[in-house]
Design a protein around this ligand. Structure first.
Ligand code: GRF
Length: 206
């Protein structure tokens, strides 16, 4: 089967990136990472790409202050590597460029550690869910649009956090689920089509 060419963007640790690489290796995810792109030259995720001989493109946020210019550099790389899907995996920058968003409409996905729209637009959703006293939180994989964390939802999972004693425990519990869910969704992309009808995402196998 033909593999889906993907680009992965991450700013830090990259454990979701690793989960995708592992699933590709074990044949559970029919994708091929064509390029790894980061805004952070210190990102641990770079090592993960190097280990697999995946091309790494560092577009340093400290060097390019203009947001449009920054995003257009990203777009250039996505075009160059012919990304069929762009996977944000702990990428800590909001994509602002309409040109980039339009060119990759419904081809950019993100994972967020809450049941959206709860704890939307925060980088600390797991701790906020704990502090709020939530008994259930979860994860959401969604399309990226100009509405931050508000694009059409592809996949969600509810996770019981009632036994957790801290925000860190919530984060640890949710990330385990993220590592299973994200490669599966990427694999579904490789095998079918996600069609967006308004806020609703419908899946059809090819
Ligand atoms: C994850 O919790 C993800 O939901 C959020 O950023 C975190 C990235 O973790 N968007 P990692 O870099 O994949 O370990």
């Amino acid at each position: 089967m033909e593999k889906l060419p993907i680009a992965v963007l991450a700013s830090g640790r990259g454990s979701n990136f690793q989960a995708i690489l592992d699933a590709i290796d074990s044949g559970e995810c029919a994708a091929e990472v064509k390029v790894f792109i980061t805004d952070n030259p210190e990102a641990k995720a770079i090592e993960r790409a190097n280990t697999k001989n995946i091309p790494v493109e560092v577009i340093d946020k400290k060097e390019i202050k203009d947001r449009e210019q920054f995003d257009l550099k990203i777009k250039k790389k996505l075009d160059e590597y012919k990304a069929g899907l762009v996977v944000l995996a702990g990428y800590m920058r909001i994509i602002k460029s309409k040109e980039l968003l339009d060119a990759y409409k419904y081809k950019i996905i993100n994972i967020h550690p809450s049941l959206l729209p709860a704890f939307k637009g925060t980088t600390n959703a797991q701790h906020e869910a704990y502090d709020y006293g939530c008994k259930v939180s979860g994860l959401t994989i969604h399309f990226v649009t100009d509405d931050v964390d508000g694009g059409p939802i592809i996949y969600q999972e509810a996770i019981d956090i009632s036994g957790c004693k801290s925000g860190d425990e919530v984060a640890a519990k949710i990330i385990e689920h993220e590592h299973k869910a994200y490669p599966k969704v990427v694999d579904s992309f490789a095998k079918g089509n996600y069609v967006v009808e308004g806020k609703h995402v419908v899946y059809a196998e090819r």
